[in-house]
Ligand binder design. Structure first.
Ligand SMILES: [Zn+2]
Length: 399
């Protein structure tokens, strides 16, 4: 009898473990801890991917109305992936944050503003120093309403011009979310509260969020009033108003050293001594090499393209395509921080000039007639690029 009881108890324990494991593979429901915080309120969930999940979790933890966040893996094709597997860029998962929020205190469009403000949504499969599909920008919608709002928000932000390039964020259904290993949870808050692995390049305030906030404030369901902090207070006039990072970069100064690099600016004489006359004309005087004359328009090997002046990594061969123009063409730079873009009005045309963000050298121009997924064509001069065949990015090679 006692033996039977032990077997029975074990069977119950086993089935609980099996059910628990299956549940862990689905979207976790808000925990009792979440609901304790406001027992009268039904919480909702949202999932975002915006590069390294440590930094994104900080951004959402700070957002008003957010009850709980978890970092994990979403949008992939394998079950129960580990951090190591996800970092190998083979499982299809994106580092993501699952946000549980109180809809009486924050609306989904306001969370979308936090999302846009916490990363650069225009860099394909990379974010800051991180490179790979696991660092892609994505909105995983949990229902049709979220899908509609995400699409409208993206459209509004794109049209506002607050980001200098087209947004490449995926909007896809939330399927399975796997909570990441415990040591990734609240990584920065527990170790170095001041740290973050990347920050947004613009403070985004959409009209959509402003309207949603107004509707939420009028809602009879609204619970205790929590004033939004000034940084999250939506304001129509602020749309497109501020580009934060890179704003202090003086690209007009040919010898400016920008960003966090260790590039030591050269004097004009040093620059002339270092570069060939053709390189100098292009890099320092915004010149253009003759089509089909350069060494790289017909280069098809794998590798990394560096700045020929300061050696900064600029383009990955995987984004190179045959444009037929006679100039090496890419649909995206290695990261948004690798290049600086500015409008140029030479020859009566308005074009967007592309410069190396580290040394300020002119590289070429970007046009919006490129192929998917960005629709951009970075038309570069071979003379100011150094090709390193077979090279992989330090961040991907190390994994
Ligand atoms: Zn450079």
């Amino acid at each position: 009898m006692r033996q039977l009881l032990t077997v029975g108890l074990f069977a119950v324990f086993l089935s609980i473990m099996i059910i628990w494991n299956v549940r862990a593979a689905e979207y976790p429901k808000p925990t009792t801890e979440d609901t304790k915080m406001n027992s009268n309120t039904k919480t909702e969930q949202a999932t975002f991917a915006a590069g390294c999940f440590w930094g994104i979790q900080v951004a959402f933890d700070k957002a008003p109305g957010v009850v709980n966040t978890q970092v994990g893996y979403a949008g992939g094709k394998t079950d129960n992936p580990t951090y190591r597997e996800v970092c190998s860029d083979t499982t299809g998962h994106a580092e993501s944050v699952l946000v549980t929020y109180d809809p009486t205190k924050v609306s989904y469009p306001e969370l979308l503003d936090t999302f846009w403000s916490s990363h650069d949504p225009t860099t394909l499969n990379s974010q800051g120093p991180d490179f790979g599909t696991q660092y892609r920008s994505a909105i995983f919608y949990h229902n049709d309403e979220q899908k509609k709002l995400a699409e409208a928000s993206l459209k509004e932000v794109d049209a506002s011009g607050v980001f200098p390039r087209k947004i490449v964020t995926q909007i896809v259904p939330a399927e399975k979310f796997y909570t990441a290993e415990e040591y990734h949870q609240h990584y920065f808050q527990l170790r170095n509260p001041a740290a973050t692995c990347h920050t947004g390049i613009a403070k985004v305030h959409t009209k959509l969020a402003e309207q949603a906030a107004a509707a939420r404030d009028l809602s009879p369901e609204r619970g205790t009033s929590v004033p939004l902090s000034s940084s999250t207070q939506p304001s129509a006039s602020a749309i497109g108003a501020s580009i934060v990072a890179g704003a202090s970069c003086k690209v007009d100064d040919p010898n400016a050293a920008c960003g966090t690099s260790h590039w030591k600016a050269l004097t004009d004489a040093e620059m002339r001594a270092k570069l060939t006359p053709e390189q100098y004309k292009i890099a320092r005087q915004a010149g253009t090499e003759r089509a089909f004359s350069g060494k790289l328009w017909n280069e098809h090997r794998d590798g990394i393209y560096h700045c020929a002046v300061c050696d900064q990594e600029l383009f990955d061969s995987h984004t190179k395509f045959e444009s037929g123009t006679g100039w090496p063409s890419f649909y995206a730079p290695i990261s948004s921080s690798a290049v600086t873009e500015k409008q140029d009005r030479e020859y009566g045309m308005v074009r967007t000039e592309v410069l190396c963000s580290r040394c300020g050298s002119h590289l070429g121009h970007v046009f919006d007639d490129g192929p998917a997924p960005t629709g951009n064509r970075y038309c570069m001069n071979s003379a100011v690029l150094d090709f390193h065949p077979g090279e992989k990015l330090a961040t991907t090679a190390a994994k």
